[in-house]
Design a protein around this ligand. Structure first.
Ligand code: C2E
Ligand code: MG
Ligand code: MG
Ligand code: MG
Length: 283
């Protein structure tokens, strides 16, 4: 019981101190300004099929290049964004930019899937459904090409609301992915609780594979579990050819990581897609 306490979601206090209030206001306007100035933008990391090397999708990852502070990691500002009450706003922005980027890739068969990260806290917020619907309506993007990666699932405190929202997304054909699977307080419980279409094995296990037969055993079991539950399994954070080879021999279908490609600007993603397609045709 006591260890679980550490994983409790951080509650935004009802009564915020004056300092916090001012900080949050300035943070809000900083985020809004950065969004409108284009300092916050999206890059795309390719996901390839290990079957033929073709690009089956890409994950949209947000970046913030501040003129004074340089590149700010999403690991830091996503949390700030949440504290400043700007998650909805940021998510709409990321979704719109990512979808527009994907539409600009043109058509190609099969059409690559677009994965967008969704903070689990937004699964308490029914308005997120309107935001996703609006972006899909405005752009005409096929919902069956959209994957929502749920991150920080330990922050889901209202499972009923989260489940209702996930069900709504799925009824539109949107797929739901469980990000960073294996770390956090309740991965298996979360996996059991919600109807995920995809599991993303956390980088922690992938980067340990070369050194650790334990890590390999865990990855193998996750793959077997995915197969039995008829769920797509993706490995992320693959940094070297050796690990990619081992994962291939374990029967992994979809791979993502620096060994394949760094996150790319949309123009470079188009080029990557072309190159991987011509390689796939040769194979
Ligand atoms: P994530 O969704 O698990 O994304 C994977 C992270 O691993 C990304 O970091 C990516 O750049 C990095 N990565 C990919 N391949 C490799 C590799 O081979 N080696 C190593 N060392 N790292 C690799 P990034 O872009 O800094 O994002 C960090 C986290 O921030 C993401 O983790 C996600 O939880 C969150 N995030 C990013 N974009 C968004 C967003 O638009 N919305 C929300 N809510 N969260 C986001
Ligand atoms: Mg992700
Ligand atoms: Mg992840
Ligand atoms: Mg992560």
């Amino acid at each position: 019981e006591q260890t679980n306490e550490a994983y409790r979601p951080v509650q935004i206090a009802e009564e915020v101190s004056e300092t916090d209030r001012l900080w949050n206001i300035s943070l809000q306007s900083k985020i809004d300004a950065a969004l409108s100035k284009g300092e916050i933008y999206v890059v795309f990391q390719p996901q390839i099929s290990l079957h033929d090397g073709s690009m089956v999708g890409a994950e949209a990852l947000v970046r913030w290049d501040d003129p004074l502070r340089g590149s700010i990691s999403p690991a830091y500002f996503i949390e700030q964004c949440e504290m400043a009450g700007r998650m909805e706003h940021l998510t709409r922005h990321v979704l719109m930019e990512a979808v527009a980027g994907f539409i600009s890739l043109g058509t190609r068969t099969p059409e690559p899937a677009l994965s967008v990260n969704l903070s689990a806290t937004l699964l308490h917020d029914p308005n997120i459904l309107n935001i996703v619907d609006e972006v899909l309506d405005e752009t005409g993007f096929d919902p069956r090409r959209l994957v929502l990666e749920i991150t920080e699932t330990s922050k889901i405190t209202d499972a009923a609301t989260a489940l209702a929202l996930i069900t709504q997304f799925k009824s539109r054909g949107i797929r739901i992915s469980l990000d960073d699977f294996g770390i956090g307080s309740a991965s298996l419980e979360t996996f059991l609780q919600f109807p995920f279409d995809e599991l993303k094995i956390d980088r922690l296990f992938i980067s340990a594979m070369q050194q650790s037969s334990k890590a390999q055993a865990i990855v193998k079991k996750i793959l077997a579990m995915g197969e039995e539950a008829r769920i797509t399994v993706i490995a992320e954070g693959i940094e070297d050819e050796q690990t990619l080879k081992i994962l291939g021999s374990f029967g992994l279908h979809i791979a993502q990581g620096y060994a394949i490609s760094y996150p790319l600007r949309i123009d470079d993603l188009l080029q990557f897609q072309g190159l991987s397609d011509s390689r796939a045709r040769v194979l």
